[in-house]
Design a binder for this molecule. Sequence first.
Ligand SMILES: [Mn+2]
Length: 292
Amino acid sequence: MLFYADKPLKFAFSKDIENTGEILFNNQEKIFGLLGIPFDSTSTYQTGARFGPLLLRESSYNFENYHLYLDKVLKATFYDLGDVQTIPGNFHKTCKQIEFTVNEVIEKGYTPIVMGGDHSISYPVARAVDIHNATVIHFDAHADFRDKYAGEKYSHATVMRRMWELNPQEIIQIGIRSSSSEEVHFVREENITQFTARDVKNDMKNVLKALEGLEGPIYVTVDMDVLDPAYAPRVGTPAPGGLDPMDLETLILQLKNKDIIGFDVVEVSSSSVGDITSINAAKVILDFLFLY
Ligand SMILES: [Mn+2]
């Protein structure tokens, strides 16, 4: 690589796999592999999450490699591995390619960080990561527990139901403020831990306590509509009354010292440089990386 040159279309601060040669893995530290999944064929309202990975990478150049609140320089080792090839309009074929690719990423020793894409893409990622016996932390405005949406089993609106079927240890939902009555019934029947957006606003300490007590492997899925549309208007399905970026930062930083086996950020449908939604989404990924 030229000393004063860089490839702008990889995530800021990430290592470039082509120029690094053989990657040396040891068991001492996690090495993260960033993957984009430009797929939005299940979106129902604002489409454009296929541009999420592109705009997320672009927005990532807006940040320092130093975290003021943590008083820490970014030390995490992470590689931008590029985008998974998707088949627009075909979830099933795309699903197979995502699962295959994330499996490869894991076999090579990386912990995957995935940039969606609409929320349906979290299901094949969770299959590859194997969330059986893991705790799933789900940040979202919506419960996503429908069995079917518009007659379809696989959708951004059913993704947590499909993930629940993979038998995770527990699902903890944070920021929820929109559900069907069937979903509320399901949450009660299946003892899902759910913190609404108002729970976060009125009793953040209680939410932080629940996260602090977690042991064992954890998979994290962040639907950016968890933020209020004031901060994340370019998402598939905006819902008023959401979290603010400081709430989300506090919650992500609470994942320190946890065994995170996979992390995804989805539903960014930004379409222009400097868009507030992709800026907030890039910040979520960087906050997570600052934990290492
Ligand atoms: Mn969702």
